[in-house]
Every structure is written in C-alpha cells, then in structure tokens.
Design a protein around this ligand. Structure first.
Ligand SMILES: [Zn+2]
Length: 388
C-alpha cells in the first residue's frame, strides 16, 4: 500500500475531513477490533512522544491510530467500516490542540535548554497530567527557572512556528536538533526561533498559542534531570491548583496565599523549641521519679504526656534507682505506649504482657518498648505486672 496522505501535516488546524476507505481488516493487535486505512487522514498516529488523535469516522469512534514503517496510517474502531465508501472524519479537537500546545511548548523549552546550557532532550512523552522531558545534564533549580522565563518570553513574543521539509543540500547546513540519524526526508520545526528540530508531530501556528509553559517538577534522572512540564490550558490548571493549595495553607496559617513559607518556618521554629522544652521536662520527670522511688520497689506508673522517648528515660532512670521491675505507660499514637524494664527477663515479660492484653512491641534484655490497645484495663495491667 502507498503511504497515507497526512492531512495533519499539510494543515495542522484541520478538524474535519472526507476520505475514502481503502481497506478494513481485523486489528492484529486487539481482538475483536478493526483497522481501517483511508486514502488521506487528519488523524495523527501515535509517535514522537505525542499520543494519537481520537475522534469519529462517520458514526464510529476512533479508538487508536498507528503508523508503521510503511507510512500507512491505521485507525482502530470497534466495528468494520465499509470499503470503497467515502467517510467524514472528525478530530477530537480539544485533545489535539492540547497535544499541539504541549508539543510546541516542549520544543521551545528544549531549544532554550540546548542553547543556554548545551543540554540535550533525550526523552519526551506527552503523558497525563504532565509532559515528561528528560534532559541530558544535571541542571540546577536556578538554571531551570532561567530557561522557563526565556521560554515564556518566546511565548509572549507570539512568533510563527514553521514546519517544512528542506532539500537535502540545505539540510546539511542547518543546526537542527535530532535524537537520531534520519533516513529519507527530514521534517523540521522552527519553534519561533527558540528551537530547530527534526519532528513528525503537530504544532500550534504561533508560540503565543502555547499560552504558558510551567516546569512542575525536576528530579535527578540518569545523570541528568527528568522534568514534568505543563503547557497551555494544562499549565493554567496546574497554577490554579497550586494557588488553591496555597490559599488553603494560608488560611490555616492566617497569611495571604503565596506567603506561607515564612509562616511555616515560624511554625517549625516553634515546634523545635517545644521539642526541646518537652525533652527538658521529661528529663526532670525522670529525675524526680527516680528520686522518689525506693530501692527494690516495683513501679507501675500511668502518666499523661510523655512521648516514647520520655517513657524510656523515666523507666530507665527509675529502674536504675530501684534495681527492680519498672513499667511506665502513657497514651500515645492509637494506644497506650509503654516502657518496661525487669531485672530478670524483660523480653519474656514483654511478650507475656503483649499476649495478655493484645499489645505489641519488644526490645533488648534489660529494656522493651511497645503499646497496648487504648482501652486496655489499667487495673488489670497493673495487677499483672505486680504479680507476673
Ligand atoms: Zn514537534
């Protein structure tokens, strides 16, 4: 079969078209589905990091579109389409325009990362909700912010995006980006002067139509960085979601949206001071408990307030003074936390305590920690520990 005429390359803004059905066969990759070949199509087949178009052929929903090395474009449908007839095709334009925005935005950003830092784009996929861009160099947050700013300057400048197939002789002199050596004709995209790249995808007509380019996250990846990027409406939605989150955080912190950082820092400083105060009080309580305990005396204490570290300090200080069994309890987490020490065999005692009252925990020979259910009968626990 001859390669399908690609209407999406000739007119990327084409939303509807008429074409003849040349072939319709069972889909070799999807049981029960059909694949249709047309003489021309505006449906973009999955490729180059850009997902395929969806839409309608006649009344039939198009579920997937693919192209092989033979250049024949195949449309998957749930029912066969009549060979020899003419069909009206309609592209899901919202989906396609979104892909065009993401794809063009990626060109602008990748071109700028390349010209600023010599970084190569080594992976690209328009996913959901973000576009994944893998960059060959480990760029800093400042470097990425600078590139994002310049990319959005290009968007604001609203310059033309041009796609064309230059003659071979001309191609040799053009400094275009490409992930691989390309046999045959090379289709180039000039993204408003920010990028010159070999590409088979669909793009918006001017950089202004990208709307906004936002890098949502960056993480180390194979010696470089993996970016999550959103462009166009997706970028607006992402910014709106972040703003909403900032507003909610601001309401909790009693500061306006966008000013949470300093408030959170104050909160963390206060928490750190509280932790130090708590540690000092727990040490004082441990000292007093030990001072009040008599040598040889079994201690079973139910307290309010100490955290697991406090229980440990109190228990060990008291046990050192008494040389006898010591168990300290306090509500914590979902249950009743405890610290336990026994001069003979703490671990066996711990296992028996847990078995008796449905608790859990353990430790070493002289000291164990764990928790019992919150509703454990405290009197029964105390009797058990004094008797066992
Ligand atoms: Zn492209």
């Amino acid at each position: 079969m001859t390669p399908t005429r690609r209407l999406y390359e000739e007119t990327p803004t084409l939303r509807a078209f008429d074409a003849a059905v040349l072939e319709c066969r069972p889909d070799p990759a999807a049981d029960g589905y059909w694949e249709t070949v047309l003489d021309a199509t505006a449906f973009y087949p999955e490729g180059g990091g850009q997902p395929c178009d969806l839409g309608l052929l006649g009344e039939e929903p198009v579920l997937a579109v693919r192209v092989d090395g033979d250049g024949v474009i195949r449309h998957r449908t749930a029912h066969p389409l009549p060979v020899g007839t003419a069909l009206h095709g309609e592209i899901d334009w919202a989906r396609r325009f979104d892909h065009m925005q993401q794809h063009t935005g990626e060109h602008i950003l990748s071109g700028i990362l390349h010209s600023l830092y010599g970084a190569e784009n080594v992976g690209f996929h328009i996913g959901s909700p973000a576009v994944r861009v893998d960059v060959s160099l480990p760029l800093t947050a400042d470097q990425l912010a600078r590139a994002e700013e310049l990319a959005n300057d290009t968007v604001q400048a609203d310059r033309p995006v041009r796609c064309w197939v230059p003659p071979r002789a001309e191609l040799a002199d053009l400094p275009y980006r490409s992930k691989k050596e390309i046999e045959g004709e090379v289709r180039l995209v000039d993204a408003g002067g920010a990028d010159l790249c070999a590409c088979c995808g669909t793009h918006v007509a001017t950089t202004g139509q990208v709307g906004l380019i936002k890098i949502l996250s960056a993480q180390h990846y194979k010696g470089g960085v993996r970016l999550a990027v959103a462009c166009g409406k997706r970028a607006c939605q992402a910014v709106c979601a972040l703003w909403k989150d900032s507003q909610r955080a601001g309401a909790l912190l009693s500061v306006p949206a966008g000013e949470s950082t300093r408030a959170v820092q104050r909160l963390l400083d206060a928490q750190s001071a509280d932790r130090q105060r708590l540690a000092a009080l727990q040490n004082a309580l441990a000292d007093r408990t030990a001072a009040a305990a008599a040598p040889g005396e079994t201690l079973v204490l139910f307290l309010e307030g100490p955290d697991p570290d406090g229980l440990r300090r109190i228990c060990l200080a008291a046990a050192q003074k008494t040389g006898a069994r010591c168990a300290v309890f306090a509500p914590g987490g979902q249950g009743l936390s405890y610290a336990l020490s026994d001069p003979e065999d703490t671990r066996t005692l711990c296992r028996r305590l847990n078995a008796q009252f449905g608790g859990r925990g353990g430790g070493k020979a002289g000291f164990c920690q764990g928790s019992l259910p919150a509703d454990a009968d405290r009197q029964a626990v105390e009797e058990f520990l004094r008797r066992a």
